[in-house]
Design a protein around this ligand. Structure first.
Ligand code: ATP
Length: 310
């Protein structure tokens, strides 16, 4: 058997640009069957472009994509892949039931319709027209369409956008039971918390490249960074950026901002070595800030290969 067929997803040297924008800039990634993988990254990191290439919707400029050892479109046609794209178009002027029936006919071996409706929790609004659905309801319909073919690999691009907290929780609970039998899931998200609670592996993308790949705990330690700010007087920025665990330092609105991966270590050294340091504050950095610090800090991927240390 082709060894690639034993992998759910294999990406090799993937590149895709749109004009001057390098959306995906050399991604290598393998995903084994049964893995639940979150692709985490800020806006424009290349998450959607990557998921679109895995589903065959977007063709890479260079590099290879294999899904269960097949070209992506082939895998989709064989019902091996279920896809839920961000804001995927839903048929207009039709009810939820109409959409389900229409799509159901396209699959060779679909799940029983009652199971699709129950798993996506659509029972309460089958007669509603698609244009009247709330953001969260539309997402549940997209989810139903994704699982309908009884796929081995589910690809979900920011599946919980527009869902309130309760629906989000129910969605993930349903998803967990659906994949419990060993299906593979790849989902894109902006939310570290969601990646942490739902995935057993997190791949971090920034600027179209993989900058991290590991367990949620490992990635959380890397991206859940802190921001230390202090008055911009009687201290030297260059000296502060040399303190332990500091990732980046900059001046902003009359203050100095230090991005740190270990605020305790940075603070101890700051107090010990900088008598002029004043008006010190420590806050949690936003995920966007953390990504920026991680990608600014170095030109080479700093977290890569962390998977091997799991
Ligand atoms: N069809 C397109 N035409 C032109 N540029 C595009 C297209 N699709 C994506 N891009 C650009 O490629 C880059 C990567 O976009 P992509 O949507 O893959 O990122 P993302 O991580 O999914 O972002 P988001 O979280 O905002 O959806 C961005 O700069 C985006 O503007």
């Amino acid at each position: 058997m082709d060894p690639a067929a034993a992998l759910a997803v294999r990406l090799e040297g993937l590149h895709k640009s749109y004009g001057a924008v390098q959306a995906v800039d050399g991604i290598d990634l393998t995903i084994a069957p049964g893995e639940i993988v979150a692709v985490l990254g800020p806006n424009g990191a290349g998450k959607s472009t990557t998921t679109e290439m895995i589903t065959g919707i977007t063709v890479p400029d260079s590099g290879q994509v294999q899904v269960f050892g097949r070209p992506p479109r082939d895998a989709v046609q064989h019902g091996l892949v279920g896809v839920m794209l961000q804001a995927g178009a839903l048929l207009h002027d039709a009810t939820v039931r109409d959409v389900l029936r229409l799509m159901y006919g396209l699959h060779a071996h679909p799940l029983p319709m009652a199971e699709v409706i129950q798993r996506a929790d659509l029972g309460g609004f089958l007669k509603m027209r698609t244009e009247k659905l709330s953001g969260g309801q539309a997402q549940r319909l997209r989810y139903a369409l994704a699982i309908m073919a009884d796929p081995q690999l589910l690809i979900l691009d920011e599946p919980t956008v527009g869902m309130d907290v309760e629906i989000r929780r129910a969605f993930w609970a349903s998803m967990r039971t659906f994949v419990a039998g060993g299906r593979t899931v790849l989902f894109a998200t902006h939310y570290l918390e969601e990646a942490d609670s739902e995935a057993d592996r997190i791949v971090v993308l920034a600027h179209g490249r993989v900058i991290g790949d590991g367990t949620p705990t490992m990635i959380k330690n890397q991206v859940a960074t802190k921001l230390i700010t202090l008055a911009d007087r009687d201290v030297e920025l260059a000296e502060l950026t040399m303190l332990p665990a500091v990732l980046t330092g900059e001046r902003s609105n009359g203050r100095i901002q230090l991005h740190t991966s270990d605020s305790d270590a940075t603070l101890r050294a700051l107090i010990a070595t900088q008598p002029g340091a004043a008006e010190i504050e420590v806050t949690s950095a936003s995920l966007e800030d953390a990504f920026l610090a991680l990608t600014d800090q170095t030109n080479h991927p700093i977290l890569q290969n962390s998977k091997e240390q799991r």
